[in-house]
Ligand binder design. Structure first.
Ligand code: T1G
Length: 654
């Protein structure tokens, strides 16, 4: 027996239809069927003059039901349900009570009128899922708000709030405090009209070739392996040149083709993986501790970034440094971060000031007493970190959670022997911490479950993607990075050029290849980690990177690493000196097809991922892919190394 997913309440000849399909009123098959039935009933009912469509709860409609996309489409299809509304003789008013996204926005576009509550938002985020609007959005939206605004909303996923929608012509009215009362009055007003023109009847003008080429160039630059934005642009344009019906046909054909693509499958996979990672089963029922005041020890690039991220999340921050001068530098870094965020339009000056005022600088760690959480972000040196935590254990009560941000050191070693082992945890942020979304949460042997739950709650507040990782060298991401780099250096030894390897990985969808990335980050970071391991008696073979670092080639910061750089330029240039330094290390020179390079290196990542899963360092393949996508620039439309490997989407050329 299918649940009732909508209600109809008739009030003075107006049918109020409320969609009620928790959690997001997704337009799944059952709801589409019930909606189709109620549209027909309203049309036949002589007592009804108009209809209002609204959503139960905080959303109007969150979209089509994405979980249906791995199966063939099932009737009634959303475009047909929407067409039935648009063709109705009686007026349908969308009373948009909250976010109307994807198919939800298209449903509102198919109604004759739209009245928006203050919390209404309109968005067409389909291209972020590797598809395009498939229920008339590419054809109705430009006819309501104009081509340029429609192209921006559909190809960049920009959303409109109620006021913007009214100004753009997407909403006809704004509602006051009582949306339904205002919608009923609006319905009474329009029900007397002879005609109720749908969006399809509205004319629109072709903005001309220059507009389309500029839009196409912008999309190509940002696509990073996702074909959907360019496909959406082509469909939008076709509907203008060939008319609404032709546009609808091409929209449907394109939507169905993309819906079955590897990229769309990858993006859907990540959509659900991100939501599952935020709520690990192991933490079900475990309440996080309250977070109000958070300390950060160390105001370098990482510490200042963490402080900014915390302040941006509305938390009060205590930033601790070793003296007035380093503290002043730390505050300058923080001011720089906030100023950049204002420049990028992330918030205004007043908000930046409020965030800056939320951060208190101290030079005496005693000032950290009373914090709910303290995050250590000092230099990657075991002795130094142990000193910091010994001091924190003295000044902070047992209720304060103490977290290390270490990347390569063993967190157990950092806190060994200190009292209150249950409150220690590793929270591995990625630099710049105010931008990068990944947070690896690494419980230690004695870490309390509510401490872990607090780590996940912190990630949620910071808008980050939290992934639980077991404690091993490099946790999940840096461990795979080490293997990725070793795989790339093995190819180098076999004669493949750094430039050929980097070009192949950029062609696969990375913003940078492994050698370019090292030159930007600095070869000395990994070199120090290798040297630390060697000092601990570990067998760490000599690498090409060691040869370059010992020759003083640390990357861009020294004017050369794997590549040479002209003064003031970041453009990597093949280096004769590197060729000479590495000649004894390499077996001559040869090339390899880019597809083979990408397949081999993604395969290396997936092989290490399988070991990480087998050792319980990661709970699921999805978690590994989230680490790679959100921490290491793995192209989203490829899903991640585990997804690629399982689906076989990265194959050698032959
Ligand atoms: N379909 C199926 N399940 C969905 C869903 C959807 N569209 N949206 C969310 N969920 C699930 C989600 O997996 C989670 O499940 C729960 O709902 C709460 O989600 C024809 C083809 C709407 C802003 O891309 O952006 O329409 O983990 O944690 O933070 O042209 O969900 O609890 O089991 O994100 O309040 C277009 C996707 C689809 C919007 C709510 N729509 N969703 O955020 O909750 S394609 C989208 C979101 C389409 C048409 C095309 C957000 C949200 P669980 P949540 P939230």
């Amino acid at each position: 027996m299918t649940a009732t997913l909508l209600t109809r309440q008739d009030r003075d000849g107006i049918a109020v239809v409320t969609l009620d399909n928790p959690p997001v009123n997704a337009l799944g098959r059952a709801l589409r069927r019930q909606l189709g039935e109620v549209i027909a009933e309203v049309g036949r009912d002589p007592a009804i003059r108009a209809a209002i469509l609204t959503g139960a709860g905080r959303l109007f409609v969150g979209g089509a039901d994405i979980t249906e996309f791995d199966r063939p489409p099932e009737a009634p299809h959303l475009p047909d349900v929407i067409a039935a509304i648009e063709a109705a003789a009686k007026p349908w008013i969308a009373a948009v009570n909250g976010p109307a996204l994807g198919g939800g926005a298209e449903l509102a576009l198919g109604c004759h009128y739209r009245i928006a509550a203050s919390g209404a938002r309109f968005g067409l985020p389909e291209t972020a899922l590797g598809i395009i609007p498939g229920a008339g959005g590419t054809q109705r939206l430009p006819r309501l708000i104009g081509v340029a605004a429609a192209v921006e909303m559909i190809t960049t996923n920009r959303q409109m709030d109620a006021a913007e929608a009214l100004a753009a012509g997407l909403a006809d009215r704004l509602a006051g405090a009582d949306l339904i009362a205002d919608a009923l009055a609006f319905a009474q007003e329009v029900s007397g009209k002879a005609r109720h023109p749908g969006a399809r009847q509205k004319d629109l003008a072709d903005p001309g070739e220059a507009f389309w080429s500029a839009a196409g160039a912008r999309i190509a630059k940002a696509a990073r392996g996702n074909p959907a934005p360019a496909a959406a642009l082509a469909v939008l344009r076709h509907g203008i040149s060939a008319g609404f019906e032709a546009g609808m046909r091409l929209e449907r054909e394109t939507f169905l083709k993309l819906r079955n693509s590897d990229e769309a499958a990858a993006l859907r996979y990540l959509f659900f993986a991100e939501r599952a990672a935020a709520r690990p089963a192991a933490l079900r029922g475990i309440a996080p501790r309250p977070l109000g005041r958070v300390g950060v020890v160390g105001g370098g690039t990482m510490g200042a970034g963490i402080a900014a991220a915390l302040a941006n999340a509305g938390l009060r921050v205590v930033l601790s440094e070793t003296g007035e001068a380093p503290l002043a530098r730390a505050m300058d870094r923080l001011d720089g971060i906030l100023a950049t965020q204002v420049k990028r339009g992330l918030h205004d000056e007043a908000a930046a000031r409020a965030r800056r005022e939320a951060v208190t600088g101290i030079t005496d760690p005693a000032g950290l007493a009373g914090c709910d959480l303290v995050i250590e972000a000092v230099f990657e040196d075991l002795t130094l970190k142990r000193e910091v935590f010994a001091r924190l254990a003295e000044v902070c009560g047992r209720e304060t959670i103490l977290a290390t941000n270490t990347s390569y050191l063993d967190p157990e070693e950092i806190v060994r022997g200190l009292p209150g082992q249950e409150r220690f945890i590793a929270l591995h942020f990625f630099s710049p911490a105010q931008v990068m979304k990944l947070l690896e949460i690494v419980p230690l042997t004695a870490t309390g479950p509510e401490v872990v739950a607090t780590g996940f709650d912190l990630a949620r507040r910071l808008g980050k993607v939290a992934v639980r990782a077991g404690n091993c060298e490099g946790f999940i991401g840096n461990r795979i990075l080490l293997r990725y780099r070793a795989g790339a250096e093995a190819m180098l030894r076999d004669g493949i050029s750094p430039a050929g390897i980097d070009a192949a990985m950029r062609g696969f969808g990375f913003a940078m290849g492994p050698f370019e990335m090292q030159d930007m980050a600095g070869l000395d970071v990994a070199f120090r980690a290798r040297e630390t391991a060697r000092a601990l008696g570990r067998d760490v073979p000599e690498t090409a990177g060691d040869i370059l670092v010992r020759a003083g080639r640390l990357g861009q910061k020294t004017g050369g690493g794997w590549y040479d750089y002209a003064p003031g330029s970041r453009e990597p240039l093949p280096s004769q000196q590197v060729a000479a330094l590495l000649a004894p290390y390499r077996k001559g020179a040869r090339e390899m097809p880019a597809a083979d390079i990408a397949a081999a290196l993604v395969g290396v990542m997936a092989d290490e991922g399988r070991k990480i899963l087998a050792e319980g360092i990661a709970a699921t393949p999805e978690d590994i892919d989230l680490v790679e996508v959100h921490g290491y620039g793995f192209p989203r439309p490829k899903g991640g190394p585990m997804f690629c490997s399982a689906r076989g989407t990265v194959r050698p050329e032959r």
